[in-house]
Design a protein around this ligand. Structure first.
Ligand SMILES: [Zn+2]
Ligand SMILES: [Zn+2]
Ligand SMILES: [Zn+2]
Length: 147
């Protein structure tokens, strides 16, 4: 049978529309099908990313580097300190975020001690379109300590 003849033969799609027997579904159902596949893929990616992140934070190398950065920063929030405020640090933050730059995960120059308030503020700036400015400000603070 010629390809054209096959294409011309009809069957019903799951939704009831008439389609060529050469197709598995109508255009509408096909695009819904692909969206679902994409969603499943996205969900899978997220689970994998979360697992990688957890493995990173549990790793021995991270614990060593983190402790190292904490003492480099004298256990003080470096953003507060840059504004002449003395506040104990709460965590070590990745200036270039771990999920975007996993290779910088253990680089001291990419790490900075922050208090909880500053950390929240920094991430809000990242999300509000001021990522570049914020990153540069933090990088400047760290550069002074690493040279
Ligand atoms: Zn259909
Ligand atoms: Zn602070
Ligand atoms: Zn952070």
């Amino acid at each position: 049978m010629e390809k054209q003849e096959v294409m011309a033969m009809l069957k019903l799609c799951g939704c009831g529309r008439k389609i060529s027997i050469a197709l598995s579904r109508c255009d509408d159902c096909q695009s819904k099908h692909e969206d679902k596949k994409k969603d499943r893929h996205k969900a899978y990616d997220k689970v994998k990313r979360d697992k990688d992140t957890q493995a990173f934070y549990n790793s021995k190398s991270w614990k060593i580097v983190r402790r190292d950065v904490e003492s480099r920063d004298n256990h003080l929030c470096q953003l507060c300190l840059s504004k002449k405020k003395i506040k104990t640090m709460n965590l070590v933050h990745h200036i270039k975020e771990l999920r975007d730059y996993p290779k910088l995960g253990l680089m001291r120059s990419n790490l900075i001690s922050l208090c909880a308030v500053c950390h929240q503020y920094v991430h809000r700036e990242y999300e509000n379109g001021n990522r570049k400015v914020m990153e540069t400000e933090l990088q400047r603070i760290v550069e002074r300590k690493e040279t």
